[in-house]
Write a protein that binds this ligand. Structure first.
Ligand SMILES: Cc1ncc(COP(=O)(O)O)c(C=O)c1O
Length: 480
């Protein structure tokens, strides 16, 4: 096989693929060529055999992968909290892969290490952590885990050596609709999922501060040790922002670690118009922020920020690491504190570089406009729901998600029937390949959740989405 001809073939295909992503008005441009698992198994030879494939077959593997994968950069991909194609970040990713390295030491990642430090500093500037610290991690779930880990080890100083023996019955508090990663984190850290108290949310999905106060008081009364509260900025389904400022007062009063889970909506900080949603963020102790969601950086790009430096290092052993970290040896080399000493991973991907490429390319102002556009598009989508008689909002919009459903005409209006109807509506859409949008439950109501995560969205893309919805409704009705 010739490297050059394979790279040329790849180049041509990526060009075509990206061009189609960028031309969503073209009716032939599909989000997905949807196939069932058994159909896909017939179409693609997944088995690896003893013999190497030919060049032709190898290039066909590229074609098949692109053909049947979901085109998440397409403007009609509304399914997840990430979306969109970001040219400078794509280039940053390619450069990163071409130079394949690990973030543990300056020695093997000199440019990337300085970039990561700069990105953390920039993000801390938005957060208001004047003396802050931080690290790129493998996603928001991981950031939440490490925040909880750091909070616990800060409280129980001997925990990293002695382990957690439940003498102190630690308790943490999250919004009842907080992300499931807190349950996983409590499980992993030996706190147990039952150590989590789910605090009630109001109609708009925001944590009820009065319930938090009540639940903390009840916990103290039971002889437990409340130690950690997570405020979510924005919740996964409704996009609700917990009132950080008020929660911070309670945390201060009880000396609790306050974490903000901004995995989804943390990027609102970039917008002067919208950062009020996270009023009080500078009072938190840690903050999870995922540029791979609303900043449209390719997965994974996620940071955990901390108000105080030095805390991440306390989690990591210094024992038997001399084969990798050589900082303390006398040397003529200028000192740089290797980033690996703050990380629970040893090998760590270079995730800050693609963010740096993108932030430089768009500039601070450009990114602000991109976030503003996401909110504007969500507001526009909400207005479209109000204008179409077959649709209704399930809850008022909070930020970047629009939770709505279709109401079937002339049918039972029971919750189950309306839920089934909306499930069918979504499946009909996916099968056309024109659009993908997800659903979730708010209480017992199945809601279609439109996420405006792609900063390149325009009103015509939203119009097109609702045209597809109306077409699907018509199709379902015509089959009755
Ligand atoms: C509120 C919230 N927190 C955490 C996460 C987890 O982030 P990640 O998928 O990067 O692990 C998500 C993911 O959707 C989320 O919505």
């Amino acid at each position: 096989m010739s490297t050059q001809s394979i790279i040329a073939a790849l180049n041509e295909r990526i060009n075509t693929y990206l061009f189609e992503q960028q031309s969503p008005q073209d009716i032939n441009s599909k989000v997905v060529n949807f196939k069932s698992p058994s159909e896909l198994s017939q179409l693609i030879d997944f088995k690896v055999s003893s013999d190497a494939v030919s060049e032709e077959d190898f290039i066909q593997m590229i074609d098949q992968y692109l053909e049947y994968s979901v085109n998440t950069g397409h403007k009609q991909f509304f399914n997840q909290l990430y979306s969109g194609f970001n040219l400078p970040a794509f280039i940053g990713e390619i450069v990163t892969i071409a130079t394949n390295t690990s973030m543990y030491t300056y020695e093997v990642a000199p440019v990337a290490s300085l970039i990561e430090v700069e990105m953390i500093k920039l993000m801390n500037g938005y957060t208001g952590y004047a003396e802050g610290d931080g690290l790129f991690v493998t996603g928001g779930s991981n950031a939440n885990l490490i925040a909880l880990f750091t909070a616990r080890n800060t409280l129980l100083k001997d925990c990293s050596e002695q382990g957690y023996d439940r003498r102190e019955k630690l308790r943490l508090f999250v919004n009842e609709t907080a992300h499931y990663s807190f349950d996983t984190a409590a499980n992993l850290l030996g706190l147990g999922m039952e150590s989590i108290t789910k605090v009630k949310a109001d109609e708009n999905g925001k944590m009820l501060v009065s319930d938090l106060e009540l639940k903390i008081a009840e916990s103290i009364e039971r002889g437990e040790k409340p130690f950690f509260v997570a405020a979510t900025c924005a919740t996964t389904v409704m996009g609700s922002y917990d009132p950080i400022d008020e929660i911070a007062d309670i945390c201060q009063q009880h000396k609790l670690w306050l974490h903000a889970d901004g995995s989804f909506g943390g990027s609102a900080l970039l917008s002067h118009k919208n950062r009020h949603l996270m009023c009080g963020i500078e009072k938190t102790d840690s903050f999870a922020w995922n540029p791979h969601k609303l900043m449209n950086i390719p997965l994974v790009c996620s940071a955990l920020l901390l108000k105080n430096s030095g805390l991440l290092q306390q989690n990591i052993t210094g024992i038997n690491t001399d084969y990798i970290f050589h900082e303390n040896e006398s040397s003529d080399l200028e000192h740089f504190q290797d980033l690996g000493k703050k990380s629970i991973q040893c090998g760590r991907r270079v995730d800050a570089v693609k963010l740096w490429f993108a932030w430089k390319y768009f500039g601070l102002d450009g990114y602000e406009q991109r976030i503003d556009n996401l909110i504007d598009m969500a507001a526009y989508a909400e207005s479209k729901v109000h204008s179409i008689s077959e649709l209704e909002m399930v809850r008022p919009r909070q930020s970047f998600t629009v939770c709505f459903r279709a109401i079937p005409a002339g049918e039972s209006q029971s919750v189950t029937n309306i839920n089934d109807y909306n499930r069918k509506l979504r499946e009909t859409l996916i099968k056309t390949g024109n659009v993908i949008v997800n659903y979730a439950f708010i209480d017992e109501i199945l809601t279609i959740r439109l996420v405006t995560a792609n900063a390149e969205l325009s009103k015509s893309d939203i119009d097109q989405f609702f045209n597809y919805i109306c077409d699907a409704i018509e199709l379902i009705q015509s089959k009755k």
